[in-house]
Design a protein around this ligand. Structure first.
Ligand code: ZN
Ligand code: ZN
Ligand code: FE
Length: 757
């Protein structure tokens, strides 16, 4: 009897077929294995050892990830005499996953550090277990000729490895060596080539305090020594990046531990094949303070490409590694572009001639409440592929366009939801072009045509405008989805809740999203499932003095609260143009109103002396407030009270009392870090208090916490801590997708499908 085994997931370009071949030999199995568009197919004759063979498949090579494995009988009449890897077959429905970039493996590190190896110090070494994938791919299936490695012809030695089944580089599509592969080149900012050992010279230049642009896996980086305050300042000046923290790279975890606390979980995450930037708590101030102003955290990653590995090994010191772009533009991926656009920022360029096809920023992650949280999904993580929960199958071609600032889009195939890499702020031309390019690319990679479109309720988001135009031009149906509903739906989806699941209480706190009443929501309590939601409580609306300017000038929100609650403390607003607003309030000019908790954070931060001037990056005030709270030594149990006003079964959270007690603490010289901590604890207590009250009125068992505000480690951990004692409530928050707007696209797609069913 011949058995058929179908394996789906990340099973191509990761050494899966040789793995099966070797297992078949080990267990004396006769049959064949091949790739098709849906994954890997095995035909195997049933024998005594078959069960052992089948079980062993479930522990695949490091980069493989099996999402589904089915075993069925087969009608096949073939007589097998051995076990063979046979030709790939192309079928219609692509369900396989596009391979992701992976950090250099330990075997390749051995190769590049062994003087006798032919890849000694070769910066583009890779194998089936590691190396670039998504960043170099143009089409599926993943094959050398569909990647930017097409430009390089394999030399005889590399070809031999590629063909030899026992070799680690058997069918390694990006295989290369010093003889035949990509090469490094060091260039100064006048475009003069420097004919010296590129890595050694680059290290010397860094030691002299120079700024280098380095071409990495998913894009260019700008780099300088992390302990050279002057160099860091020069980099800030030239990049016009005032405060936003820089990411760092260290040789290994031991080096990271000199500067940060690293838990076992964080250690594991740093070493993961994703090789993300991991946000870690500082334990010293040994590095230049201007790397991350007013922060108790640093973002570290480990060398993920052989090039980075060789640099850091030679240098033996941490470096700043920030994306290579001009202020607010996306990361540059092209040599010529870099030489032109970064010439005024970088002194030297470390280039190579392997093209980056797809821009993928470094992924940024953090461990919160024992789970991995995604701040930004990029290299190593993207494209994120999620299995469809029950009821979502057969909606191929739904494209959801996401939010605007931290844009991703989401494409549904028959068997999975695909979330794009972080595209970024669509308001810059380059990002918008990248967005369009990627929408086309994903349709090609997954062989899916757009059949339906979903976008945010906000008509001014560029993603919404794109959807509107695309729908009109192609006569396609377009559905609009409320922002905070999408936040909840994405969390339900990644937790595999079926399409007709029960209501949950969604507590969605973020910067802003357009509400159904045209106000800017952001402090919401929604009773929701996939298809519907009902707003059952909210933070009280306050006016946004100066409209969108409030996000850049925290004092405006503070003043709005003070004005609203008639709190008379002018001393906080000396020199600010407040009389202008006083006049406006008396006129009938219509303000925009917001219930955003993100904005409440801004206001509290301002009153505590954080960000007195303009902020220079998104959520800066909140992030600095969290840092301040995190250094609080005495963890008191007291909280500030929020008043809950009940109107026709609908709660409004009034923060007047909270403000009065907070100001009182300030007057009594309570430490600012204590106040900041108490504010965090108060919000966590509010969540539990509100949940209890709402549970008396509504039926739900799960509480979903979502929205960018919950990227706040202290706040989210306090919530999980407090909910430990509530046995009848299950707390959920995203970990496979972003807690912030990166997951909006997924939520939109899920809601669309649920609504049409
Ligand atoms: Zn390797
Ligand atoms: Zn070669
Ligand atoms: Fe949001």
């Amino acid at each position: 009897m011949i058995k058929k085994i179908i394996i789906n997931g990340i099973v191509q370009g990761v050494g899966f077929r040789p793995f099966i071949y070797n297992l078949a030999n080990k267990y004396s199995i006769l049959g064949e294995v091949y790739n098709d568009a849906s994954g890997v197919i095995i035909f195997a004759e049933e024998s005594n050892e078959f069960k052992n063979f089948f079980d062993a498949i479930k522990s695949p090579p490091p980069l493989a990830k099996i999402t589904n494995i089915t075993l069925e009988g087969s009608q096949k009449n073939t007589q097998y005499y051995d076990f063979k890897i046979t030709r790939s077959k192309k079928t219609k429905n692509i369900t396989t996953a596009v391979p992701k970039d992976a950090c250099i493996c330990s075997d390749c590190i051995k190769d590049i550090t062994d003087k006798n190896n032919r890849r000694y110090r070769y910066a583009f070494t890779n194998c089936t277990n590691c190396g670039p994938r998504f960043s170099i791919i143009k089409a599926m299936p993943y094959d050398r000729k569909t990647t930017s490695m097409k430009a390089f012809n394999l030399c005889a030695d590399c070809k031999e490895e590629y063909k030899s089944i026992s070799n680690r580089r058997f069918h390694a599509q990006a295989n290369a060596c010093t003889k035949c592969g990509p090469k490094l080149q060091l260039v100064d900012n006048q475009k003069n080539i420097i004919h010296l050992d590129a890595i050694k010279t680059a290290v010397e230049l860094l030691k002299q305090g120079k700024i280098l642009a380095i071409k990495g896996i998913g894009g260019f980086h700008l780099t300088c020594l992390a302990d050279d305050k002057k160099a860091v300042n020069i980099l800030r000046d030239r990049k016009k990046r005032k405060h936003k923290p820089f990411a760092l790279m260290a040789k290994n975890v031991e080096m990271v531990k000199k500067y940060c606390k690293v838990s076992a979980q964080e250690d594991k995450l740093l070493k993961d094949t994703i090789s993300p930037i991991v946000l870690l708590t500082k334990n010293t101030d040994l590095l230049a303070k201007n790397i991350a102003y007013n922060q108790n955290k640093l973002g570290f990653m480990l060398p993920y490409s052989p090039l980075h590995y060789l640099l850091l090994k030679e240098l033996n010191k941490p470096i700043v590694l920030t994306s290579g772009n001009r202020n607010n533009e996306p990361q540059i991926i092209d040599n010529t572009d870099a030489l032109n656009k970064l010439a005024k920022i970088a002194d030297y360029f470390l280039l190579h001639n392997r093209d980056i096809v797809n821009k993928v920023d470094d992924s940024v992650m953090q461990i919160i409440a024992g789970q991995t949280r995604i701040i930004r999904a990029g290299r190593g993580l993207s494209p994120i592929s999620l299995p469809l929960p029950k009821g979502f199958a057969n909606n191929q071609g739904v494209l959801a366009l996401g939010a605007e600032l931290k844009n991703t889009f989401c494409l549904l195939t028959n068997s999975q939801a695909i979330i794009s890499q972080h595209i970024g702020d669509l308001k810059t031309l380059e990002s918008y072009q990248d967005f369009q390019k990627n929408i086309n690319l994903y349709q090609q990679l997954y062989e899916v045509d757009i059949k339906k479109l979903v976008c945010d309720l906000h008509p001014d988001y560029l993603s919404s405008k794109y959807a509107q135009n695309y729908a009109q031009d192609n006569n396609i149906e377009l559905q609009k989805v409320q922002h905070h509903h999408a936040h909840i739906a994405s969390c339900l989806f990644e937790n595999k809740r079926p399409i007709n699941c029960n209501n949950v209480l969604g507590i969605v706190w973020d910067g802003a999203g357009l509400g159904e009443d045209k106000n800017l929501w952001g402090g919401e309590f929604l009773l929701a499932n996939y298809s519907n939601f009902k707003r059952i409580a909210q933070f009280e609306y306050v006016p946004m003095f100066g409209g969108d300017k409030v996000t850049l000038e925290p004092w405006r929100m503070a003043y709005a609260y003070f004005e609203k609650y008639q709190i008379n403390t002018d001393k906080y607003f000396k020199g600010k143009p407040t009389t202008f607003f006083d006049k406006l309030i008396d006129s009938d000019i219509a303000f925009k109103y917001t219930s955003s908790v993100g904005r409440l954070f801004d206001a509290v931060a301002y009153i505590l002396g954080i960000c007195n001037q303009n902020i220079s990056y998104e959520a800066q005030a909140s992030i600095e407030l969290e840092s301040l709270a995190s250094i609080c030594k005495v963890k008191q149990q007291q909280t500030y009270d929020f008043e809950l006003e009940l109107m026709d079964g609908y709660y409004i959270v009034n923060s007047k009392k909270m403000w009065l007690s907070l100001l009182n603490d300030l007057r009594n010289n309570v430490g600012r870090e204590n106040i900041a901590y108490k504010f965090h604890l108060s919000l966590a207590s509010l969540i539990i208090k509100m949940t209890t009250k709402l549970k008396q009125q509504y039926s739900f068992d799960d509480v979903v916490l979502s929205g960018g505000v919950f990227n706040n480690k202290l706040l989210l951990e306090l919530c999980f801590e407090l909910f430990k004692n509530t046995a009848d409530i299950h707390l959920m928050s995203a970990s496979k997708t972003s807690l912030g707007d990166g997951a909006i696209s997924l939520g939109q797609a899920a809601i669309h499908v649920a609504k049409i069913k």
